[in-house]
Design a protein. Structure first.
Length: 223
């Protein structure tokens, strides 16, 4: 059984922390980080707001007349190729990328554990790109209020510091735009409160994932 999880949402919402804890806990689990697919700095466009367009720009979804996000700062072809390689042969992918084989046998029987392969895709722009949207079995979206997001962003040390005005002039407005586009596309997500403790957030998602996997396995047994 193959199960693909999306962990998306606001910057500094706790996506990476949650992803890493799930990776260490779930069986046969691999992770794809969207941040690993950024193009070189000199290939990222500068928008009318004066900032590099890490969040992409709007476009029209062919055949639907709906706005979606052209993710111009990311090599989405390479990202999708990586995901498709996992879908094609998760065992081969696990061997070449490393795999976590730990799961409490009281939750899933060991035989089920061995047949279950999980991929977590983590990033800030997961749910406005149709080819990516369609591969997920479950989509989670973390939100935190503006004030808390700005506080966390300002407290974080980046290798390349944010230029003055980036958060209010670009980061937050693009998050709002992305969220609106996701809703316009009718993407079904599980909303998560990023202001919860790390443990609370993990427990909620971990329990949900295990329940969903068990339900799918039981459905398969009935076929």
């Amino acid at each position: 059984m193959k199960y693909v999880i999306g962990i998306g949402g606001v910057t500094n919402g706790g996506k990476t922390t949650l992803t890493e804890k799930l990776y260490r806990t779930l069986p046969n689990c691999c992770v794809v980080h969207q941040d690993d697919f950024f193009k070189p700095q000199d290939e990222i466009e500068v928008g009318e707001d004066g900032f590099k367009q890490y969040d992409g720009k709007p476009g029209v979804l062919a055949g639907f007349g709906l706005l979606y996000q052209f993710i111009t700062a990311l090599d989405m072809d390479a990202m999708m190729s990586t995901i498709y390689a996992w879908l094609d042969n998760p065992v081969k992918f696990e061997r070449s990328h490393g795999v976590n084989n730990t799961l409490d046998s009281e939750i899933l029987p060991r035989s089920r554990d061995e047949d279950t392969h999980i991929l977590i895709v983590e990033g800030f722009l997961l749910y406005t790109y149709r080819p990516l949207i369609d591969v997920f079995n479950q989509r989670y979206f973390i939100s935190i209020p503006y004030e808390e997001c700005k506080r966390r962003r300002c407290a974080r040390n980046y290798a390349v510091p944010d230029p003055p005005g980036l958060f209010d002039g670009h980061v937050w407005p693009m998050y709002v735009k992305h969220t609106n586009m996701m809703e316009d596309l009718g993407v079904d997500v599980v909303q998560l409160d990023g202001s919860l403790s790390k443990e609370q957030l993990f427990n909620a998602v971990y329990g949900d994932v295990i329940n969903n996997i068990q339900n799918e396995q039981r459905s398969g047994d009935l076929l």
